[in-house]
Design a protein around this ligand. Structure first.
Ligand SMILES: *Cc1c(COP(=O)(O)O)cnc(C)c1O
Length: 424
């Protein structure tokens, strides 16, 4: 038996795995065409035809809306900006609560805070790591205004159930689909299943423009509010004749023409890039599922998974080896991966100490907020169990990984399992 690398043996994989890179000649050509025009952004922050941006922005928005089958697509400079704009468009404000997943990139929750609202964390379902409808129900109070649901790792949340809860309680739902563009839920695209959906085009995502984001909606009024918040709403409302001034404080969330031109090329590649992830995930899952104590990711019957993150549940009682030691052993064999994903958001210092804006703890201490919120350890037991004990994850499925790479990944797991006694 080969000795484990963690104990001084030879690693299965010494050469680094290929980097994910989706940028090719198409993007280069598109960028050069923009540079030749000299107009790198055509937005004007005033009520004028250029309020909506230049030709490439409008082209990408049209293509995005067609591709995803929605009425409106609004480009922004990041999904973070997109989430903030969506919270603003939803009318979220001081005194409100917004129910959000604790197991997500931080901006999903910060979107509530920036409008003076209180993030309330509901728990996740352990098979897909997305918000649990049952837990959402338990968190609804008279102060709940909105739900921010995340299609984490690329698997759609239980959206029909969540939209039903929202309609019973008159809530707005924002779907953060930064991680699952191209995934499906009951035949419809993830990201299009709520009142507003937010996509990310940052460098790390399945398709990207360096930095960027897109918000989609079928609601004309929400679309207008998003466009206003993106582009200096407070000076535009007068000329545009906008009546509802709630949250019409504007920002500069505008995407450039260069990013939009890249975005159009990237969108053409989305389908094949997602299919490659799905094929790679299927190959890995087939080979890993027999290993004791490992539960590879799966899609629910009514959904497809985008596999932005490949998530494995690890059962230390089945192996007798702690998750941390198991992950260290895999790393030593040449596989980069993480124990857990992100710290459950409520355990971050800002929530533990309740300091956000100013030194007095706004909005947590705002006198107009009549609810009671807890950020104690233990409020989301499934999330904590996944994060602190079970989850192992990594970027194992991307389109630049070939068969040999996947076989090495499998060989790394098999080697560690074959020699698991050495780790006990
Ligand atoms: C990446 C990501 C974001 C933020 O995207 P940016 O475009 O970098 O602002 C938001 N939510 C989730 C779930 C993400 O993965």
């Amino acid at each position: 038996m080969a000795e484990l690398a963690i104990n001084g043996g030879t690693p299965v994989r010494v050469a680094p795995f290929p980097r994910y890179n989706t940028i090719g000649d198409e993007e280069k050509k598109a960028v050069m065409e923009v540079l030749d025009t000299g107009v790198l952004s055509q937005f004007l922050g005033t009520w004028h035809p250029d309020f909506y941006g230049g030709p490439r922005i409008q082209k990408l928005e049209k293509e995005w809306a067609e591709y995803f089958g929605v009425k409106h697509a609004v480009t922004v400079n990041s999904a973070t900006s997109g989430l903030y704009a969506a919270a603003g468009a939803a009318g979220v404000g001081p005194g409100d609560e917004v129910i959000v997943s604790p197991y997500t990139m931080i901006a999903s929750a910060t979107a509530a805070l920036v409008y003076g609202a209180i993030p309330v964390f509901a728990d996740i379902d352990p098979d897909i790591f997305c918000l649990s409808p049952q837990s959402i129900r338990q968190r609804i109070t008279p102060f709940t205004k909105a739900i921010i649901v995340v299609d984490i790792f690329g698997h759609p949340a239980d959206m029909d159930e969540i939209m039903a809860i929202a309609s019973e309680n008159n809530l707005i739902v924002i779907e953060d689909n930064a991680q699952g563009p191209g995934a499906l839920f009951r035949g419809r695209f993830a990201g299009t299943l709520a009142h507003m959906g937010v996509f990310s085009l940052n460098y790390h995502k399945t398709i990207h423009t360096g930095e960027g984001g897109v918000i989609v909606t079928n609601d004309d009024e929400l679309a207008e509010r998003l466009q206003l918040i993106r582009n200096h709403a407070e000076v535009v409302v007068r000329g545009k004749g906008v009546q509802n001034l709630v949250n019409m404080v504007g920002f500069n969330y505008r995407m450039t023409e260069i990013e939009a031109a890249i975005g159009s090329e990237q969108l053409k590649k989305l389908k094949s890039l997602v299919e490659a992830r799905q094929a790679n995930a299927a190959y890995l899952t087939e080979r890993l599922r027999g290993l004791p104590g490992l539960t590879p990711p799966t899609a629910r019957n009514d959904a497809t998974h985008g596999y932005y993150v490949y998530s494995i549940r690890y059962d230390a009682t089945a192996t007798g080896v702690s998750r941390e030691r198991f992950v260290e052993a895999l790393r030593a064999e040449g596989l980069g991966l993480n124990a857990g994903y992100v710290l459950p958001i409520y355990l971050e210092p800002m929530y533990q100490q309740r300091i956000a804006f100013g030194k007095d703890g706004y909005p947590f201490t705002y006198s107009g907020y009549q609810g009671v919120v807890s950020y104690e350890k233990g409020i989301c037991p499934v999330t904590e169990q996944m994060h602190f004990n079970e989850l192992i994850c990594g970027d194992f499925c991307h389109a630049n990984l070939g068969r040999e790479d996947l076989d090495d990944i499998v060989a790394i797991f098999v080697k560690v399992f074959t020699n698991i006694a050495e780790l006990r």
